[in-house]
Design a binder for this molecule. Structure first.
Ligand SMILES: Nc1ncnc2c1ncn2[C@@H]1O[C@H](COP(=O)(O)OP(=O)(O)OP(=O)(O)O)[C@@H](O)[C@H]1O
Ligand SMILES: [Mg+2]
Length: 304
């Protein structure tokens, strides 16, 4: 069972701040007090899920080892965000179980679920910053809402988080004054505000230029390792994933069709993986939407 990491006592936290002056993070190890069965922080076993009887996931199995960064990849609509919602307890599987830190998520009462969610950091797909708050206040928001830390300590922690993403100097800017890449980095700092044990990133690279994309990718890896956390990255970006993650699951039409380490994926002769890695327009994922014979359509159009 997950025991909530003590938020205060302030003295201990202040000592941690000093002790970790070389590190961007102040709290003790994020997995402290957490039982992780078999070294896996997240275990998804034979999970099936349907929205209103429309199946989205069918018999999914995934394991996220502690300390690792795992990517979930697959075409649009294959069920990636749905998988994250199941892990976060926003949805309940019709079959199978999702365990986080050894706890079955859908068996938790609302109090326990709240405590668990507090230990998860989420970068939402299209997630925006609070537009009427400065960069500093965006990152401080969760600390002010969920802890009783003093403003002085919050300030130290916010600056550490912003420093970790290279944006300490941007603390007073408003979101409208940030580039897309900077905004994503502030969102990263906000997502790690409470030192989560599990980070979930939904399309963290979407819409970024290649340089910002590389920066965000490296940050995801660095933040994971500095926090001693586990991370799940949902993305379409195979090339960046191959550089920063430890393991990749490929999902197609709600099923896992391939999985492996970046080395496995690069060496794979599986046609589905090959199509994804080499960005081929046609393959197991067809270019054409299902249609009848072309000739018939042409003849019909000609009134034959
Ligand atoms: N709240 C919902 N109610 C009904 N259907 C939904 C809901 N959310 C998603 N879906 C459907 O479930 C399927 C999987 O959606 P999901 O958002 O998990 O896909 P995804 O893999 O994250 O796609 P993308 O890469 O486009 O973000 C899609 O067909 C989608 O239309
Ligand atoms: Mg999605």
């Amino acid at each position: 069972m997950i025991t909530e990491r003590p938020v205060a006592p302030r003295r201990r936290l202040a000592a941690d701040v000093r002790r970790s002056s070389m590190l961007p993070f102040a709290f003790p190890g994020p997995l402290e007090g957490c039982r992780v069965s078999g070294g896996y922080l997240v275990e998804i076993e034979d999970v099936s899920f349907a929205y209103d009887n429309r199946p989205v996931l069918t018999g999914i199995n995934m394991k996220i080892p502690r300390g690792r960064v795992v990517a979930i990849m697959g075409g649009s609509g294959c069920g990636k965000t749905t998988t994250l919602r199941l892990i976060g307890g926003k949805l309940r599987p019709q079959r199978g179980v999702v365990r986080v830190g050894g706890q079955v998520v859908h068996e938790l009462d609302s109090g326990a679920l709240y405590q668990l969610r507090r230990r998860m950091g989420m970068l939402f797909q299209f997630g925006a910053l609070f537009t009427d708050m400065s960069v500093f206040d965006n990152v401080a928001f969760q600390m002010r809402e969920h802890t009783d830390l003093s403003e002085e300590l919050i300030r130290d922690l916010v600056l550490m988080k912003l420093n970790a993403v290279g944006l300490r100097g941007a603390q007073d800017l408003m979101p409208s004054e940030l580039s897309g890449g900077m905004a994503r980095r502030v969102a990263l700092a906000r997502a790690i505000a409470l030192d989560p044990m599990l980070m979930m990133y939904d399309e963290p690279f979407a819409g970024l230029d290649p340089i910002s994309l590389g920066v965000v990718g490296k940050l995801i890896r660095r933040l994971n390792d500095a926090l001693g956390a586990s991370s799940i990255v949902v993305t379409h970006d195979i090339q960046e994933s191959l550089l920063i993650v430890d393991y990749i699951y490929f999902v197609s039409e709600g099923r896992i069709v391939a999985e492996g380490t970046p080395a496995d994926i690069r060496a794979s002769t599986d046609p589905w993986v090959h199509q994804f890695v080499w960005a081929e327009a046609d393959g197991p994922v067809p270019f054409h939407y299902p249609a009848g014979p072309y000739g018939r359509d042409v003849l019909e159009a000609a009134g034959a």
